[in-house]
Every structure is written in C-alpha cells, then in structure tokens.
Design a protein around this ligand. Sequence first.
Ligand SMILES: Cc1cc2nc3c(=O)[nH]c(=O)nc-3n(C[C@H](O)[C@H](O)[C@H](O)COP(=O)(O)OP(=O)(O)OC[C@H]3O[C@@H](n4cnc5c(N)ncnc54)[C@H](O)[C@@H]3O)c2cc1C
Length: 447
Amino acid sequence: MTSTLSAKVTGPVLAPYDEGYADEVSAFNLAATHTPQLVVGATSAADVAAAVRYAGDHGLHVSVQSTGHGAESSITSGLLITTKRLDRLTVDPATRTATIGAGQQWGAVVAAAAEHGLLPIAGAASTVGVVGLVTGGGLGPLARSHGVASDYVESFTVVTGAGEIVTASHTDHPDLFWALRGGKWGLGIVTEMVVRLVPLTELYAGTLFFDAADIEPALRAWVSYTESASDQVSTSAAIIRMPPFEAIPEALRGRTLLALRFAYPGAVDEGARLAAPLREAAPVYLDLLGELPAREIAKIHNDPAEPAASQYYGMLLDPIDQDFVGVLLSFFGPTVESPFVVAELRHLGGAAAVDVSGGSAVAGREGSFLLAMIGVRPDLFEKVLPDAAFDVREAVARWARADGNPNFMGLPMTAERLATMWTEGANTRLGEVRWRYDPDAVFTKPA
Ligand SMILES: Cc1cc2nc3c(=O)[nH]c(=O)nc-3n(C[C@H](O)[C@H](O)[C@H](O)COP(=O)(O)OP(=O)(O)OC[C@H]3O[C@@H](n4cnc5c(N)ncnc54)[C@H](O)[C@@H]3O)c2cc1C
C-alpha cells in the first residue's frame, strides 16, 4: 500500500509496522496516541496534494498534525499528514510580512521577526503551531490591543479536498480565505501562509503572583479592574496548583498561586501606571511584571514547552462579577481539593471583538472572558475531570455563552457543542465553503 504513495511523494510514508512511525505520529499532548493507517511526512505542497488525492482514491479520511498541541483525542484511522518538514520562514522588513511554512511554531516566527524590530500577533505559547492557531482565530497576550492572530493573515496556500493547490486571500478564493480565518476544521490543508507583522520591540508585561491567602482579594480586584480596563491592556488570571517539579522555580514549586498576567504594548511609565491597581490589590508574592523585550513575549504565560499529557475544558463567558468569583473559588480556591492544575480566565474584548474588514469566521468575538480548566493526571482523564468540568459548567451557567472559540473549546468535542460554536449564519456559510472545497468530505472534523 505504502509503495504506491511513496512513489508520488518525497517525504516518508509510514504504516504502523514501519520504523519511525511512532515518532512521526507522536503529539505534544501525550494523552493522544495516534494510530492512523498511514502517515505521510509532507515536504512540500505537492506532497500534501499527492497524499490527499491518494486518500480520496482509497476512501481514507485525512487528518493533519503539526505539533499535536490540539490533540484532544487520538486519530485511529485514515491518513495523517504531518507538516513539521514544511519549515520555510522568511521575513520581509519592507512589507512587514512573514512567509511561514505550516510546520513552523510561533516561537521561531517571533525570533525571526524580532531581528527586524517586528512582532507577529500570535498566541501565548511559543511551541504552538502557526496554522493550528490561526485557523481557530488565535487569542494571545496582546488580544485586546491587537486583535486575534488570523486578523493578520494576508494569504494561505491550501490543498483542497480534491488535491488541488490554491491560494486563498482577499482576491483569490475569498470564501475560503474568510473560512480559514477562524473556521478551523474541514477546509483544506494549509502548507504556507503570509502574515503581517507589527513594529513592536518593547512591552510592559509579565506576571504578578499572589500567594494562596491573597488569591481571593487579588482575583476580586482583577475582576473589578476588567470592568473599565483600557483596551490597550490585555490581562488574564490563573489559579495554578504548581507541581512539586524541580523544573519549576523554587519560589513557586508546590504552591497554589494566582498568576495575574498583564501586557501593555507601550511605554514603561504608562504600563506601570495602568498596572498599579493590580499591584495594590493584595501583597504581591512575586513581581515578574516590568519592561519585557517583545521577543520574550512567551514569558508572559510561561506555558510548558515539553510534551506532557493534559486535558483541557473551555468555555466562553459574558461579563463576570463578584458572584462569579465566589462560585469559581468554591471549585478552585486554595483550600479546595481540585483535580485541575490550572483554572484560567482571559479577559477578551477590545480589538479582539472587532472583525476584520471583509469579515472572517472567527467565533466568539462577543465573549467577554474565556474560562479554561486544565488537568494533567491521566488517571483522572476518564471520569474525574469530565465530571468536575461538568459541575463547573452547571455552576457558572448564568455567565456562560452558547458560542465559543474552537481553539479553547477543549472537551467534550461533541457535535452539539460544535454546532453552537459559530452563529447560525456563520455555520451555514462554513458548511457551504467546506462542501465547495471538500465535496467528498475527505478531511476529518471532530465528532
Ligand atoms: C500549551 C498551549 C497553549 C495554547 N495557547 C493558545 C493561545 O494562547 N491562543 C490560542 O488561540 N490557542 C492556544 N492554544 C490552542 C491551540 O491554538 C490549538 O490547540 C491549535 O489547534 C494548536 O495547533 P497545532 O498546530 O500546534 O496543533 P496540532 O495538534 O498539530 O493541530 C491542531 C489542529 O489544527 C489544525 N491544523 C494544524 N495544522 C494545519 C494545517 N497545516 N492545515 C489545516 N489545519 C491545520 C487541524 O485542525 C489540527 O487538527 C494553546 C494550546 C496549548 C496546548
């Protein structure tokens, strides 16, 4: 089976019994063990096109993986295309754009852009894949001042369900361009994209940590702060049960802390003035907020860079209040036994709420906050975490929104939740675009 396809592609074509298969299918999220019938390590758009055509001819569904950060569940059949060899990365300072292969991760783009005093608008973590993030919109540490990552895409090179290589931009296949910016699944395999960069070298950014006893006043003050926060300020608040691992700085190790993340893309004095109410909210246990080179933007969230098993549960919220804080603390407060290691709230709005001219399929722009709950103990994945997430969802139902953001949807990935993620109009339009570019439904979608 593999030899016919191997003759058509340059990259490796591997079946489960082949050496290298396990490495090729491995995901950042170790909770997933992918076992597709075939995996193709694409080295070019032509490889992707050949693999998609082969899959279509042989009745195989096609999945795609870059890093496996989004591997919420295991791929157990079909043909998987891995993109890590699509590693083109060029920055053009004259046009302030970057051309990025689908195998790149945001950290590399940040580093390359920084050489020219530029910054991509991306997510919080440097190891997330470039395409996986933007096809879900992409909410990052500068979401309120700069909007979502997909707002900055100029064009995509895409392989369609028929195995054709097309460009999607404002002028070419604008329907596909609309859909790829936020529509996430079943639209094609992006092999490369061009994004606009912003001139930004310094931020006033970082994290204020509050110790267990001060979590409640600090969190309450943050919620009040968000009610009138400047659109130039992006913040998030995470209650973190720091594991007792050596890799974690001693001051943080094994403690339950509140991390208030803050990012202001401007002068230090103004940043410090804007952050003052948060610094005064309660005694700060560890102050890591200050002038930050834009190239170190990943330090704001300090997400883990090494693969690990995790489960993620997310939901979009309307404006929250002090009652919400009480409910949240009853599940995640420092004196409560929680099966989750992180409960995070991201403040949305500002530029993230404003769609691009011409529109995009980014879902959940009207949400005010995102709530994310993350667990890392595999023995809790089957029952304890799903049940606990369900209980939280029930308890915060009066602040919950029906729509959501696909990058933060997490589990359970059911057809019902998927159907409400976008507005009815956007869902219908996405269905039409999917049908146009993948009429035989070659590309897999959740549920
Ligand atoms: C630690 C961590 C931090 C995160 N931080 C943020 C954040 O700040 N903001 C945010 O918005 N999201 C964030 N996410 C969510 C993340 O954006 C999604 O999980 C995203 O899908 C990951 O993309 P990936 O390519 O790295 O992962 P993968 O698992 O490789 O891909 C996930 C999905 O992306 C799509 N995809 C990937 N490559 C292609 C391609 N070439 N063509 C078409 N579709 C493709 C596919 O649907 C694929 O199933 C975070 C996730 C983690 C684990």
